[in-house]
Design a protein around this ligand. Structure first.
Ligand code: DX5
Ligand code: ZN
Length: 236
């Protein structure tokens, strides 16, 4: 059965003084996930949000809490974020050895959460090999992590297609593919046609004049592209 593309608004672009209103707005507009960008000032230069915010957010929303850990030490921090209410934990492959990556995914699963591995733009898809059969999601970064509001890096859709092919080869067709960075009405169709299932949107939603309408416009544009690609056999 056809699964519509999911939108995961990143609250990094939300209005922190009115966060509850922004969460209610994305829920009503049809978001599937709420994307939480955790940055530690080491893995990326920026420093954003963490466990206390996630705890309050989890208590206030029924959306899937999708935690994107842009931090140097995920093995230490994973239990904290799971305890705080993460439904889905995204760790970056660049900070983990092969053995640590396997351990991180197992640790997330043992706690009853969904596990995802994120790749920076220059990180090859091949690093997913040790875990791709077990992943719930892979995250293709389409900007260098660290800041919202950057421009989509051209060609990221080819990487999405490569991840999709590898998931099929590993017999993990259920694995979702998420794309994060510079996704809006123009770029969403590119990645959706290539096989993306979940689109993170920061500025494209929260900085729009009508954020709810913007969310729905991005989702509709992505769905048209995905359905067209499926009809054309691009993903077959
Ligand atoms: C970047 C973050 C993204 C970012 C998305 O490091 O992981 O989630 O906030 O923001 P936009 O959609 O504005 O690029
Ligand atoms: Zn993110």
């Amino acid at each position: 059965m056809y699964q519509p593309v999911k939108i995961a608004p990143s609250i990094l672009s939300a209005d922190f003084m009115h966060l509850a209103d922004d969460i209610a707005m994305i829920e009503q507009a049809g978001a599937a996930f709420v994307h939480i960008d955790v940055m530690d000032g080491h893995f990326v230069p920026n420093l954003t949000m963490g466990v206390p915010l996630l705890k309050q957010l989890k208590a206030a929303t029924s959306l899937v809490c999708d935690v994107h850990l842009m931090i140097d030490n995920p093995l230490t921090e994973i239990p904290w974020f799971i305890e705080a209410g993460a439904d889905l934990v995204n760790v970056h492959a660049e900070v983990l050895t092969e053995e640590e990556l396997v351990r991180a995914v197992a640790m997330i699963h043992e706690a009853g959460c969904k596990a995802a591995v994120a790749l920076k733009p220059k990180t090859p898809v091949s690093v997913l090999a040790p875990v791709i059969a077990d992943l719930d999601m892979a995250l293709v970064m389409s900007v260098e992590p660290g800041f919202s509001g950057q421009s989509y890096i051209a060609g990221s859709d080819r990487k999405v297609a490569e991840v999709a092919a590898r998931a099929r080869a590993a017999a993990n067709e259920a694995m979702l593919i998420q794309v994060d960075g510079g996704i809006g009405e123009v770029t969403a169709p590119l990645v959706a046609a290539a096989g993306a299932d979940v689109l993170v949107c920061g500025n494209a939603v929260f900085k729009a004049a009508d954020p709810a309408a913007a969310l729905q416009t991005v989702q509709a544009a992505a769905d048209v592209a995905r359905l067209t690609a499926l009809a054309g056999g691009a993903e077959a």
